[in-house]
Ligand binder design. Structure first.
Ligand SMILES: Cc1cc2nc3c(=O)[nH]c(=O)nc-3n(C[C@H](O)[C@H](O)[C@H](O)COP(=O)(O)O)c2cc1C
Length: 162
């Protein structure tokens, strides 16, 4: 795999997707320069894209949609991302969303993965708790670090072929 940098960009609301992004970056770190941008960081998610040859974008699912900040980023940066190899991942308690129709046509991801999500009651806002309680949800963590690391390994294998 070439030593060109990989940028991992995550759009978490309560932190679990950011953590998965850090697991991906850590798995890649021995092989490439992998840096992470989290949307609670200061600065702009577009910064660093120019120098990266490959980009991993992670987002949670809320109300059956990718987080709006992530969708806006993917659409706004579609032309830049269209010139990079891009992998997407989602985190959620239900199934993954694999409808890519809403992406700009120039952005064609190399891969899309879905990982289980995490619900941490202490982090939720009151309306979120009310909704989750109504749905019978309790705190849980369905993420598998082994699955995340296996996926990161598949990125390395795919990228090595290009
Ligand atoms: C208010 C709320 C709405 C959610 N809506 C969905 C949903 O529609 N589908 C789903 O599979 N998971 C849903 N989840 C679960 C989140 O996707 C999961 O907790 C995810 O790990 C959160 O990521 P984050 O910690 O990075 O924000 C919801 C969680 C909350 C708190």
């Amino acid at each position: 795999m070439s030593g060109l940098p990989i940028r991992v960009v995550t759009f978490s609301r309560h932190g679990s997707t950011d953590e998965v992004g850090r697991w991906v970056a850590r798995s890649l770190a021995g092989l490439v320069d992998a840096s992470v941008y989290q949307n609670d960081s200061t600065g702009d998610p577009e910064t660093g894209l120019g120098a990266a040859s490959r980009v991993v974008v992670g987002m949670p699912v809320y109300a059956n949609h990718w987080r709006p900040e992530a969708r806006r980023f993917l659409n706004r940066c579609a032309s830049t991302l269209g010139q990079r190899e891009v992998w997407l991942f989602t985190c959620s308690l239900g199934g993954g969303l694999d409808d890519l129709d809403h992406l700009e046509p120039e952005l064609v991801p190399v891969g899309l993965a879905h990982f289980g999500g995490k619900l941490d009651w202490d982090r939720l806002a009151v309306p979120e708790r009310m909704l989750m309680r109504a749905l019978g949800q309790t705190s849980c963590d369905r993420r598998s670090r082994a699955d995340v690391e296996a996926w990161a390994a598949s990125i390395v294998r795919t990228a090595a072929l290009t």
